[in-house]
Design a binder for this molecule. Structure first.
Ligand code: UD1
Length: 345
């Protein structure tokens, strides 16, 4: 019988792509989301892509322990992938209690309820933000975690610690943390993708909205960094590639292949790309001329960070495959799809 994976926060950007990949790998999926940062667009898209009209969506808040209990009573869950959480770096600085309250409480409820219901496998969606400004890149999983520069980043570190300490204390559970670098792009079908609310903070949504004429001009934050072209270096990972990493990680857990009760994997390409290179690649991939200008550095940005993904390559058997051009084309296709459905074009 197919194993059932609970995807908390599964109606959002990353969760919806992960749901698609889990279903195509043969898993049963239960999506649960409080819909606080998304609408039904991606969930409807997932149903269309997978042909699973009966895909369950439970609208609930993971901070509500009773609702989590009811969810685990209704469904026999074999593994949980926990995405439900707030993720706006800037907002977390102004509303730290909202971030600590939501992100920690929801995860504690997930772990506690999993234990009680005999669900052994917990996968946490962590972030490269836990490395802060690294002394050198590429970073490995053994590179030191630096003090977080925002409450959001701190919740990622604390949730990793909660998982690490829990699996040590409670032998009935095990955990994996996947540290994402910069997830970008959209599903090749253009039916699911990133849906930023208001003015995007992240680079690629800002680029696609500028190309679509929704924003006037992209500001490239800083061209005086100590990098080859003066702009920051990041490791941009295709969202479908990233989603597939979850399938490999879940399989590793469910098949009893973990070597320790708590494992961490970097999920990135291993290739540094500068902001300028990304802008150029977007223009080339889509035959578009983008309006951009150089602007002062953005507070809190690190100069350069990219992954050493060799542990995930070796232990999970996973590797990033899509080219940056394919990914940036998918990001633009998604923007066009949105503009069409929203009647903007
Ligand atoms: C941020 C978060 C990270 C999160 C990621 C994806 C931190 C410090 N960073 O990463 O945790 O996983 O978003 O949601 O917690 N840029 C511009 N112009 C823009 C927007 C961005 O030049 O309009 C530049 C930035 O200065 C940066 C690069 O593009 O150099 C990437 O920025 P962004 O997409 O916001 O991601 P990060 O800040 O790397």
């Amino acid at each position: 019988m197919a194993k059932t994976v609970l995807v908390s926060g599964g109606a959002g950007f990353i969760g919806s792509h992960v749901t698609v990949e889990l279903i195509s790998a043969g898993y049963d999926v239960v999506v649960a989301d409080n819909m606080s940062n998304c609408d039904m667009t991606c969930f409807e898209g997932v149903k269309k892509i997978t042909g699973r009209e009966d895909l369950p969506l439970v609208k609930m808040d993971f901070c509500d322990a009773e609702a989590v209990e009811e969810l685990f009573t209704t469904y026999k869950i074999d593994a949980v992938i926990h995405f439900a959480g707030f993720k706006a770096v800037g907002e977390s600085v102004y509303e730290p209690l909202k971030y600590y309250g939501n992100n920690l409480t929801s995860f504690i409820n997930v772990i506690e309820t999993s234990r009680r219901h005999g669900c052994e496998n917990i996968l946490f969606s962590s972030s490269a933000t836990v490395y802060g400004e690294p002394d050198k890149s590429p970073v490995t999983e053994k590179s030191p975690r630096k003090p977080a520069t925002s409450p959001y980043g701190n919740t990622k570190q604390i949730c990793e610690d909660i998982l690490r300490d829990s699996v040590k204390a409670y032998p009935e559970i095990k955990g994996i943390a996947l540290r994402y670098f910069n997830p970008i792009g959209a599903h090749p079908s253009a039916l699911i993708g990133e849906l930023p609310r208001g003015v995007p903070n992240n680079l690629v949504p800002y680029i696609t909205q500028t190309a679509a004429g929704i924003r006037e001009c992209l500001s490239i934050y800083g061209n005086d960094y100590p990098t080859p072209d003066g702009t920051c270096l990041r490791d941009y990972i295709d969202i479908t590639d990233l989603a597939k990493a979850h399938v490999y990680a879940v399989r590793r857990m469910l098949e009893g292949k973990m070597e320790e009760e708590y494992e961490i994997f970097n999920i990135g390409t291993g290739k540094p790309v500068s902001v300028m290179e990304l802008v150029t690649a977007f223009q080339k991939a889509n035959g578009i001329k983008l309006n951009y200008k150089f602007a002062p550095r953005r507070a809190g940005d690190v100069t350069a960070i990219w992954a050493d993904p060799s542990l995930a390559n070796k232990k999970l058997g996973w590797k990033a495959e899509r080219t940056i051009e394919e990914t940036l084309k998918s990001a633009w296709d998604w923007q066009l799809h949105l503009d069409k459905t929203l009647g903007r074009k």
